[in-house]
Design a protein around this ligand. Structure first.
Ligand code: NAD
Ligand code: DAU
Length: 340
């Protein structure tokens, strides 16, 4: 099987490429990535010389480049991770999110139609459902929950999902969609909560917690997400959406305290800062469909996953030190200002 993986130099796409090449000795993977600030070739350094792997630097919005690549490679499947993925950046500058996340997805699907690709898988997010109240633990997102995006990021992902389903109905394009909760693990860019807190704590910098820190996210170890996508790709029904999440709801403030404890750093590093605009209160995924139809269950408990993650950041300083030395410094100043 030959798969084009877009956004494979990013966090989840990079983990997915490693996972698939380890699992399937005879698969070929072509990674298409623009290498934005969030894409790092060092994430793929272990596989760059693997004859089963190829890297192509291109923008998923660049129709000519995308069609040329598809014409040359003739993939069996496409898994689309490529996206602008950070909610805070979408609040500052929505337009980039609309281009990449919506128009880029359409361009990839046009190429799939043109070259008869047997599967287009869209990696979506639980954020398309909006948020849930914190005092109703019985409520969870199912695949039938109405779309109700809060941020420009989630609105762009919801728009892309609608387009994917429209291409299925109108053109019969064989699509699947996964909507996953918050991932954590190796190669996570240190602008997102968990890696940011680890990196700041290691440098004895303050840990900026938005609002009261009571917001809840449903955390899943990234390898469990990769396993879910692998299953959907091979066994999922086309035209279907699969929610992915491991029933692991946690308050932001509790996560931050766990990280501080693991690193032996004081809670006095925590700094409550201004809240995110439109901040979603709580996410919680009901994964009944993927569990009952495809037999997916998460394998990594949070206690184990967070240990592995902290250990990875301690052992791979060069990976993140390189990242936080570039454009990141400007971003950090703009985002957190004197609050850091
Ligand atoms: P990321 O920001 O770490 O990586 C995104 C990758 O896409 C980068 O390598 C970047 O260079 C590439 N990219 C961006 N714009 C591109 C373009 N125009 N053309 C080609 N490549 C481009 O993101 P992530 O956290 O790995 O998320 C991957 C996907 O999973 C996204 O679609 C996101 O919406 C979705 N998702 C993420 C999470 C999460 O917790 N991180 C959870 C659910 C779903
Ligand atoms: O739910 C899936 C989504 O999870 C993905 O679709 C997104 O791509 C991914 O970025 C993530 O979105 P979140 O907004 O939930 O993740 P983030 O790590 O940015 O924030 C997690 C929580 O932590 C959120 O409630 C905001 C809070 N936070 C975040 C940062 C960066 C802070 O309190 N301080 C911070 O500095």
């Amino acid at each position: 099987m030959k798969i084009i993986v877009t956004g494979g130099a990013g966090f989840i796409g990079g983990n997915f490429i490693h996972y698939m090449l380890n699992k399937y000795g005879d698969y070929k993977i072509v990674c298409l990535d623009k290498l934005t600030y969030a894409g790092n070739l060092s994430t793929l350094k272990d596989v760059l010389n693997d004859p089963r792997f190829a890297f192509v630097k291109a923008d998923i919005c660049d129709r000519k480049a995308v069609f040329e690549l598809f014409g040359k490679e003739r993939p069996d499947a496409v898994v689309n991770f490529a996206a602008e993925s950070h909610v805070d950046r979408s609040i500052t500058d929505p337009s980039l999110f609309l281009n990449t996340n919506i128009l880029g997805t359409a361009t990839l699907m046009d190429a799939c139609r043109n070259f008869g690709v047997a599967r287009f898988h869209q990696v979506s997010t639980d954020e398309v459902y909006g948020d849930l109240p914190t005092d109703r633990p019985d409520l969870m997102f199912t695949e039938k929950t109405p779309l109700s995006a809060s941020s420009p990021y989630s609105a762009s992902k919801a728009s892309a999902d609608l387009l994917v389903l429209a291409y299925y109905r109108t053109y019969g394009l064989p699509v699947t969609i996964s909507r996953c909760s918050n991932n954590y693990g190796p190669y996570h860019f240190p602008e997102k909560l968990i890696p940011l807190m680890i990196v700041n704590a290691l440098a004895d910098k303050s840990l900026p917690v938005y609002g009261t820190g009571e917001n809840i996210r449903d955390w899943l170890y990234v390898e469990d997400h990769c396993k879910a996508i692998d299953l959907i790709l091979h066994k999922g029904r086309t035209g279907e959406i699969y929610n992915v999440g491991g029933h692991n709801e946690m308050k932001n403030i509790d996560i931050v305290k766990i990280i501080l404890k693991k690193l032996g750093k004081p809670e006095s590093l925590i700094k409550f800062v201004a809240d995110r605009k439109g901040h979603d209160l709580r996410y919680a995924i009901d994964p009944t469909k993927i569990s009952s139809e495809l037999g997916w269950t998460p394998q990594t408990a949070f206690s184990e996953g967070i240990d592995k993650t902290v250990k990875w950041y301690l052992e791979n300083r060069e990976w993140w030190e390189e990242i936080i030395s570039g454009e990141y410094i400007e971003y950090y100043k703009k985002m957190y200002g004197v609050k850091s």
